[in-house]
Design a protein around this ligand. Sequence first.
Ligand code: ASP
Length: 440
Amino acid sequence: MGSKVCKFGGSSLAQASQFVKVAEIVKADAQRRYIVPSAPGKRSPDDQKITDLLYLCHEHARQGVAFDQLFELISQRYLDIASELGLTLDLQSELDEIKQGIRDTAPSGPDYAASRGEYLNGLIMAAYLGYTFVDAADVVSFDTQGRLDMPDSRALMQQRLAPLEQAVVPGFYGRAVDGTIKTFSRGGSDITGAVVSAGIDAEVYENWTDVSGLLMADPRVIDKPRSIDTITYQELRELAYMGATVLHDEAIFPVREAGIPVNIRNTNEPSHPGTRIVAKPPPGDRPGPITGVAGRKDFTVIAIYKAMMNNQIGFGRRVLSVFEANGISYEHTPSGIDTMSIVVADSAIEGKLDHVLHEIGLECKPDSIETYPDMALVATVGRGMTHTVGVAAKLFAALAKAEVNIRMIDQGSSELNIIVGVQADEFENAMRAAYQAFIT
Ligand code: ASP
């Protein structure tokens, strides 16, 4: 029987009633054999995430300040969950050990403290489901550089996890080369889910969260956008880069390499099929013209003009070498016959703009350089636009109708997306026009 790895996020495990939902989901499908829990998240908007509290405990311990009351808050949440689920688990001795551990590890960093949120949730989840608890420190390993060691983790999982019928592996952490606990970056339980999926050759990686998959646009801009049923990794990368977030960036690689699809699901709406993220479109795939629209503000455009630029060999290289020498990564370089523009994120060029303009002047002797701050980029993404006539026309007609002035256009020859640059104050308007051009 093939197996599914199910990662449940913090909001899916914030309190006992959520554990009940999770258990129903897990028991509804015998293939759901490997469970990766996060730490309990917020129960309401003004609640605290357990991981944040653990980082705070560490900070107190590091400074030699008492953290008993803080730790009490954490303990009480776990004790409440366990008692409401009717579990007879000896959590108190675990909690005492952890409190001492936070003190002992304080000089060496916060990772041990932060990881305990997932560890405790893993113990509770395993007891509640009747699954075997496998400590992530025994199956997820990091190399000497502190990076995930996938070959070693895979070998450990094949040895420790694969023979088990069912298991719970806490998310977010593993073991460093020196035997200490090390965490991934924040939100890293997504990565553990992906690593376990690749390590045991799962059929699918189910990532259970509090939304029914990826939406075709940001709901803060578009009213009730549709959800995406299938998206390729490449499309996801384009949309994620532009600000659409659902999975931790680093979670993509282990499953992508292993060709394992990811299914984003909603713990609070389990009947919804969610979004499938796949390496290749499924056979018979009939995508709509677009998969999604996403965008970001805070870009600056540097426009360089020089007569006969097209005849000057090496002009573009000299311009870009200024960016390289100053350690600035740029986003796009749309160009005309005698013009070249560099689109760069404000965060990348902050504090360096004047210097860069000066150096471009010295290196390239342009006739003029102008900068346009407050630019926004809107990406219309979709594998369905490849070899489809009229997608760009439709998009531009919609933007014209909405009276959005397009300042820049960029379409890669992969035809996976069309990016337009607009003035920041036209951003929302442009996003709406792009979405409504294709989705009615
Ligand atoms: N609990 C960790 C965090 O808050 C990891 C995770 O939830 O994925 O960042």
